[in-house]
Design a protein around this ligand. Structure first.
Ligand SMILES: [Zn+2]
Length: 329
């Protein structure tokens, strides 16, 4: 990894419902933070980001750059969000807008890439050079670190792990295809699976149903986690099935990229061992190779909700280093 500058940078995690911003020190500690709702009007979002940046840097005079992790396709020069369905954005030149408003250099990155970078530098991937992160939340995203660098692909679209076809003629996906892995291994798929299983056998699901409103449709991911932590066989079975899909996804990407560590993030990753254990079991079975193969470590992410923010701040730090005259060899 590159040498780092001192000083502080601001990381921003831009999602469909909230903007989280934080001032981050070189060790990855968040020294100040703010969280505001994402404006409904797409034209106000960049302004809201700039305002959040100005708020978190207040009182800190050594802030040098800003990194924005955005839920969407970010172009190859990391300035423009090409398409962000959750934000209602097309071709938004977010870097220029935030740069102008704050007077700081800005780098924009896809949110899953930013989260992967955060885990790589300060979280579960620390100490590894080749890491793959799968973020299993509402969707199924990912980030690839190869030889200590974020692998973005030629057009900045690498790491879209959720949208390869895992099941021919499978479930429809909002991306327009059928059978995408996202429909089976995401956090949302896990919750949907729990509801379907509870609807099919409410008696067996009784211990988890009482944690919600009593109906399968009212079941939330946190209910399944809580019941599984208490040893509820139904909820553990839901985790086993979701883990089987996630482990298959890990094996699929590992067979292509051969990382030394695979990190599970997102809401499902936050459940820790509950998902990690069945996913690792399925990963090993799906990958094959027996005793002759070196298996990657499977870890749960450690930075939780902060991974994207911390990663974006660190990418801004490296970006700022590139722009600093002292760093030009
Ligand atoms: Zn898809």
């Amino acid at each position: 990894m590159s040498e780092e500058t001192g000083g502080l940078t601001v990381g921003v995690d831009l999602g469909g419902t909230k903007i989280a911003a934080g001032t981050v020190d070189p060790g990855g500690e968040i020294v100040s933070r703010v969280r505001v709702p994402t404006p409904h009007d797409p034209d106000r979002i960049a302004e809201a980001i700039a305002e959040a940046v100005q708020r978190v840097r207040e009182g800190w005079d050594d802030v040098r750059a800003v990194g924005v992790g955005a839920a969407g396709y970010v172009d190859a020069d990391r300035s423009t969000v090409r398409f962000a369905p959750n934000l209602g954005w097309h071709d938004k030149a977010i870097r220029d807008i935030v740069q102008e408003a704050t007077g700081l250099p800005v780098v924009v990155e896809n949110d899953a890439n930013a989260a992967a970078w955060g885990e790589f530098v300060h979280g579960a991937g620390a100490g590894h050079e080749d890491m793959l992160m799968i973020t299993a939340g509402t969707g199924l995203g990912g980030g690839i670190i190869s030889r200590g660098r974020l692998f973005r692909g030629r057009f900045g679209m690498a790491g879209e792990i959720g949208h390869y076809r895992a099941v021919p003629d499978g479930l429809p996906c909002p991306c327009g295809q059928h059978g995408c892995m996202e429909q089976y291994a995401s956090g949302a798929a896990h919750t949907r699976r729990a509801r379907e299983m509870a609807a099919a056998d409410p008696g067996r699901a009784a211990a988890v149903l009482v944690l919600g409103d009593g109906t399968p449709a009212g079941l939330q991911g946190q209910h399944v986690t809580e019941a599984a932590q208490g040893g509820d066989p139904f909820s553990l079975d839901v985790f086993a099935r979701s883990g089987r899909w996630l482990g298959q996804a890990l094996a699929d990407v590992a067979s292509i990229l051969d990382p030394s560590v695979l990190v599970i993030g997102g809401g499902l990753g936050d459940t820790g061992e509950l998902i990690r254990r069945p996913a690792e079991f399925a990963y090993r079975r799906a990958l094959g190779g027996g005793e002759h193969r070196i298996y990657a470590q499977i870890r749960a992410a450690t930075l939780g909700q902060d991974a994207g923010l911390v990663g974006a701040a660190n990418l801004a730090r490296l970006h700022e280093l590139l722009w600093s005259p002292a760093a030009v060899l």
